[in-house]
Design a protein around this ligand. Structure first.
Ligand SMILES: [Zn+2]
Length: 198
């Protein structure tokens, strides 16, 4: 289900919230109103200000994001997702489309925490549960296709944008389709499936 938390006591960091509301762009007033309603950020000179070292309740954030999403529609959600990796820094291990798609789930876990504790341990590479995943599966080593199953509370169109942007960093001709033969979170399912080809 889109916007439904998996577990309580999860928090999201301010740069993640900022990257998404910044992507809303002209809808700044919208972001300010809905984030204000759930107590995220403070308004200074009519602008929403986030403490960039801060962490916010994921449940509150998803409530605001759902309200914003209803106003802006899927096309803008896709564009926001697509814009997020553009400004992100990537670790040195990200060298091709496979490692790029795999890195989404790592970044996702780095940007959330549970009971104040990180969900990703960089020393061991271990991810902790609580927020679901951004999936990665190679169909075959000789076929240029990656299947991504999203099992997380973020919206379908937004995730499609993130996957495509990451794929195109290394394969500029990459395309993505939502596998409509599978279930979709927009219709209450647990997961969405996307197919990236190039
Ligand atoms: Zn979907």
């Amino acid at each position: 289900m889109q916007f439904q938390i998996f577990e309580p006591d999860i928090e999201v960091n301010a740069p993640t919230v900022y990257a998404i509301i910044d992507g809303v762009g002209v809808f700044t007033n919208l972001s300010r109103r809905y984030l204000g309603q759930v107590g995220i950020g403070t308004v200074v000179d009519k602008k929403l200000v986030l403490d960039m070292d801060g962490w916010y309740s994921q449940a509150a954030w998803l409530q605001a994001f759902e309200n914003i999403a209803k106003q802006i529609g899927d096309r803008v959600l896709f564009n926001i997702g697509y814009s997020i990796p553009r400004n992100a820094e990537f670790p040195a291990q990200v060298t091709d489309i496979d490692t790029a798609i795999q890195s989404i789930d790592i970044a996702y876990h780095c940007n959330h925490r549970k009971n104040g504790q990180p969900l990703f341990d960089a020393a061991t590479g271990v991810k902790r549960d609580g927020i679901g995943h951004y999936g990665y599966a190679r169909v075959s080593p000789t076929i240029n296709e990656i299947v991504c199953v999203s099992h997380n509370p973020y919206p379908c169109a937004f995730d499609r944008g993130i996957y495509l942007a990451m794929a195109r960093r290394f394969q500029p001709t990459a395309r993505i389709v939502h596998d409509d033969a599978q279930e979709c979170r927009q219709h209450g399912a647990e997961t969405c499936t996307y197919r990236i080809t190039w």
